[in-house]
Design a protein around this ligand. Structure first.
Ligand SMILES: O=C(O)CCC(=O)C(=O)O
Ligand SMILES: [Fe+2]
Length: 216
């Protein structure tokens, strides 16, 4: 008999305890990390699709503000992005996982998250993202952030670690340093947890998304 976990529905059921544990830690700490949340074959499919988008020139230089693409002094981010539109089976499967997480987060944290937007990110060699909060300037509608990684066999020597702090005014040592290992998922409260991506020594591929509340 073939493995039932090959079907999306069965996989979602199998992963439920791991997702619940992840959300529990998010509630306790403001951020949380877990491995093997995105199944390996889904990571491969998403990575292959991203390679296709890169090869076809479909990514755009990532900004953080209006003029970011042209800013060089005090540059805060070096990466390219593509917004996900759910147009492939792999993207749909990731969105199903995000939806399962949304429901679990709402049940545990009463946040009233109502939708999810996400982009794929390609950092070149030397790419990075300086310390920031994910809240958009002036807007309060990004509440919980999701990050996952697409590169196989990432090691410490490859750089590109994600570092997180416990609160916006925490200037001490990071509370966590996370290597971008394939299948790993990080969650954090978007307005509370500053984070940065250290320079990557090889091309680094990630998916970052945000659950939002209804922006009044
Ligand atoms: O690439 C990462 O590890 C994090 C990306 C990030 O912080 C963002 O896109 O806001
Ligand atoms: Fe971020």
């Amino acid at each position: 008999m073939s493995a039932p976990s090959a079907s999306g529905e069965a996989a979602a059921v199998d992963s439920r305890p791991a997702l619940e544990a992840l959300v529990e830690r998010l509630a306790d700490e403001g951020f949380a990390m877990a491995d093997d949340i995105v199944p390996a074959e889904l990571v491969s499919a998403l990575a292959a699709e991203l390679e296709g988008h890169i090869a076809a020139g479909r990514l755009a230089v990532a900004g953080v503000g209006r003029d970011e693409a042209f800013r060089r002094d005090g540059e805060i981010r070096r990466a390219a992005i593509r917004w996900m539109d759910g147009g492939t089976e792999a993207e749909q499967r990731l969105l199903v996982l995000a939806e399962e997480l949304r429901l679990l987060i709402n049940r545990r944290l009463f946040l009233g998250l109502f939708d999810f937007e996400c982009n794929t990110i390609a950092y070149p060699v030397g790419g990075f993202y300086g310390r920031h909060l994910d809240r958009l300037h002036g807007a309060k509608n990004r509440v919980v952030s999701f990050v996952t990684y697409l590169d196989a066999d990432w090691g410490e020597a490859d750089g590109g670690a994600l570092r997180l702090w416990r609160s916006p005014d925490d200037q001490g040592e990071p509370a966590a340093t996370v290597l971008p290992k394939a299948g790993r998922v990080v969650l954090m409260l978007s307005e509370e947890i500053p984070h940065e991506v250290l320079p990557a020594h090889r091309p680094r591929h990630a998916i970052a998304g945000w659950w939002r509340i209804n922006g009044a």
